[in-house]
Write a protein that binds this ligand. Sequence first.
Ligand SMILES: C[S@@+](CC[C@H](N)C(=O)[O-])C[C@H]1O[C@@H](n2cnc3c(N)ncnc32)[C@H](O)[C@@H]1O
Length: 261
Amino acid sequence: MSGHGEDEYDGSFIHALELVWGEGFLSPGGEDEVAKALEAVDISGKSVLDIGSGVGGVDIALVRNHGAGSVLGIDVERTVTEHAIARAEREGLSDRISYRVIEPGPFPLEDESFDVVFSKDAMIHIPDKPALFAEVYRVLKPGGFFSGSDWMRGNEEPATPEMKRWLDVVGLTFELKSQEQYVAALKQAGFEDVSLVDRRDWIKDVLRDDYENLAKHKNEALRAGVGDDADKYVEIWHAAWETAMVDQLAPGHLRGFKPAG
Ligand SMILES: C[S@@+](CC[C@H](N)C(=O)[O-])C[C@H]1O[C@@H](n2cnc3c(N)ncnc32)[C@H](O)[C@@H]1O
């Protein structure tokens, strides 16, 4: 059960995403991207909230590679969260990683209850970015920080035909905002030292390779896993690649610090 009806990330889609982006990941770059999004900050021993935790690969990396003391993953979908819970158990990390399925909207979490808030490529689903970052700020302890990544728009121009096609074929509840709008929303919430690392050049190569893999080298594996859905996934990655190539899809890493008070 999700907060908005049917799960958007069903078994077939999860299978395709993990085939392309690696086990545990519904977003590109895997552990390396998590590491880049955490460059020059230290989360060791800290309590971390992960917004849109998906199938949990991010959370394993936060604990194993970055020494997070504890991680709470929140997500609106039950299917992905069941995968994440099973993964943490298999990895012997359920004492440090827990999950909650939540409703969209304000987080059902106490004020000032986390040292760090992380999120990888999930905030795209949350329409109101200023309200989102106000919530992130609220649940952070003074002196804490937000660090993460998301799919953003490379400009505020009307959607190009490439973008329209991608949104149409992917069929997810995306609400893309520009990099500048994200930075403004963080500042508006009260974050200081806000920074953004533009990943648009990186994603162009990633999506081209993904598309070529799905269309050729991994096509048999894809078809074996998802049957006739395979053609739809090849089209989704092609449309995403084209959208990146016209600079409308421009992911980035974001960071902001809550003053110590
Ligand atoms: C592209 S996946 C990324 C998952 C994971 N962070 C990763 O990188 O593998 C986006 C995730 O955000 C979740 N999501 C969608 N709307 C959400 C919301 N309002 N609050 C929290 N999570 C949400 C989806 O269910 C999905 O698991």
